[in-house]
Design a protein around this ligand. Structure first.
Ligand SMILES: [Zn+2]
Length: 578
């Protein structure tokens, strides 16, 4: 856990304009900045960044949030990763791992520099190697694509890197995986006579390499080992180059190899990344579904492809979210995506992606392949194969759907299958009250208006009549929480981005995010806003007064009013008339 105070300090020190500008070119427009939205495709700019609110908002697609949410959304990072990324850019150590973290960073800096040097060297070597250039041309690649992906060539020499590094014997070179020390203590280059694919992190720094043999040698692909910089199970090859297109298409294609990524990009299919290593990991999947609503895995139709597909499916089940689509595609005709697109072209490839199987269909199909449902034994086997998979599915609605489908083939009722698999039926969801911890989202007009005006100018919270705000609805409860937070953390005042982050993970997160998403749209001018706020507060007082009078009147009718209470009632009535 990162302490809340650190998040506040970070957001108070960082400027959202600088953060967004790292990725998107902004133009000044009045008090705000504008750009074409990086999260949807558009010609005229509807994406605005407010330096005073420390908040961004797109009028086109509704994307909005703080500097942290921007980095999360743009780079597909998790919350903690995004905080670390921003903190690093300011040189602020993240407190939860003070010692280890700064030591680690200090160690990594020279490694990153060495990887960059090596990448430059390989790139230059490619220019000097007609054989390597011929090889890439033979795969249909142009110089432009080679440059875009920073492709290089590791020369056929045992110690080629000696030409770049004066200190070829330095332990740092082994630490970043560029060289290997053999048992005799002799050191040599890990990559020799290979086409080099630099693997970049989301900021574009080279953290590892994939090397492919030019001819028939083995292994066909050689990767950097795990190093302090490079964690195979976390990275996606080609992400920096694909990011923009992924966001515009709201779809990401995931292939198995570097060559597939580069080959597809060459044919104009640019929303493509590759997982590194043999199969997609949970971290990969989480990252992919943050990047786009539709994730399509493309596999070769061979035994290795089958295994990788099955593994990707199993891992995906745990990270499914209703509303996101994970799909599986086998390329027609035993080709890998690179071969396919070279032979048939971009349009044919894109048509293939339309035939990708939804995860649910893919799962049911796989199960059916493995069991003969014409016999009772086969159907029993189906249930036992299905059980561990159904138990993994994290998206509740999809789980019900898939369970129903499997139940049909198993000739069981949904309830019977759920009982067999130890699944809690989700049928109660329809009528039961919302799960504990969530607030009833009953719309309450006054509280909603107040929350909106307060989020627009958090300092208004100090003028709220807190005792009059009903907290039995999400808006009211959030409003009181916001006022409370502002009273106790002066920093929050005025900084909407900070406020949103403060409530991340709390019961109020959802309503605050929803309302924040709307505040720019029906903004009106500041004077108008202030009038709305004052009117609404006044109406709360009126309502309260009204309630009090009603109560007193009821008591009076029952003849139970004391002299003192009668005087109060008279005073209330005169206040109402005034
Ligand atoms: Zn947008």
């Amino acid at each position: 856990m990162i302490p809340e105070s650190f998040i506040q300090e970070l957001l108070a020190r960082i400027d959202i304009v600088d953060v967004v500008e790292r990725y998107v070119q902004l133009k000044k427009a009045g008090a705000n900045y504008q750009a074409c939205c990086p999260f949807h495709s558009e010609k005229s700019p509807s994406f605005t960044v407010s330096p005073s609110k420390q908040f961004y908002h797109c009028f086109g697609c509704g994307a909005h949030g703080s500097a942290i949410s921007f980095v999360m959304q743009y780079a597909g990072l998790g919350f903690i990763e995004a905080v670390e990324d921003l903190a690093n850019s300011l040189g602020m150590p993240v407190p939860r791992e003070v010692g280890a973290h700064s030591q680690q960073k200090a160690r990594q800096a020279p490694l990153t520099e060495r990887m960059a040097q090596a990448a430059r060297f390989y790139k230059d070597q490619l220019k000097a190697s007609p054989v390597a250039i011929e090889y890439l041309k033979g795969r249909g690649l142009t110089g432009e694509i080679a440059a875009r992906y920073g492709l290089g060539y590791a020369p056929d020499e045992w110690q080629g890197l000696q030409r770049v590094f004066d200190d070829y014997t330095s332990p740092a070179l082994a630490e970043c995986g560029l060289v290997i020390d053999n048992e005799q203590g002799r050191r040599y280059d890990r990559f020799r006579d290979r086409i080099m694919f630099p693997i970049q992190d989301q900021r574009g720094s080279v953290i590892g390499f994939g090397g492919r043999v030019l001819g028939a040698g083995e292994p066909k692909y050689l990767n950097s080992p795990e190093t302090p910089l490079f964690h195979k199970g976390e990275e996606l090859y080609g992400l920096p180059q694909a990011r923009k297109e992924i966001q515009q298409q709201n779809m990401v294609l995931v292939v198995e190899g570097y060559m597939d990524v580069v080959g597809l990009a060459q044919s104009g299919v640019e929303n493509v990344v590759a997982t590194l290593g043999t199969a997609a990991t949970g971290i990969n999947i989480q990252r992919l579904i943050r990047l786009a609503d539709r994730v399509v895995f493309c596999f070769d139709r061979d035994a290795a492809g089958e295994r990788a597909a099955k593994r990707a499916m199993e891992v995906s089940l745990e990270y499914l979210v209703d509303g996101k689509s994970i799909e599986f595609l086998y390329m027609d005709g035993n080709q890998d995506p690179d071969e396919f697109v070279r032979e048939h072209g971009k349009e044919a490839f894109l048509r293939q992606t339309l035939n990708a199987a939804r995860l649910s269909d893919f799962l049911v199909r796989k199960l059916m392949q493995e069991s003969n449902t014409h016999t009772a034994e086969g159907r029993a086997r189906l249930v036992s194969e299905a059980k561990p998979l159904l138990q993994k599915i994290s998206a509740p609605v999809l789980r019900v759907q898939i369970t129903k489908e499997v139940a049909k083939y198993a000739q069981l009722s949904q309830a019977e299958l759920e009982a067999q698999c130890g699944l809690k039926s989700l049928a109660w969801n329809r009528n039961a009250p919302p799960p504990q911890g969530r607030l009833r989202p009953a719309p309450n007009a006054l509280e909603r208006t107040l929350l909106m005006t307060v989020l627009r100018r958090p300092e208004r919270a100090a003028r709220l009549p807190l005792d009059l705000i009903a907290q039995d609805n999400a808006e009211g409860a959030a409003l009181v929480a916001v006022a409370d937070a502002i009273e106790h953390a002066a920093l929050l005042s005025g900084n909407l981005g900070l406020l949103i982050e403060y409530f991340r993970g709390s019961a109020h997160e959802e309503i605050i995010a929803t309302i924040s998403g709307r505040i720019e749209e029906d903004a009106g001018d500041e004077g108008e806003q202030e009038r709305v706020f004052i009117d609404t507060v006044e109406r709360l007082h009126e309502q309260a007064l009204h309630r009090q009078i009603e109560e007193m009147n009821a008591k009076a009718r029952a003849g139970a009013l004391s002299t003192e209470e009668r005087q109060t009632l008279a005073r209330l009535l005169s206040r109402k008339r005034a």
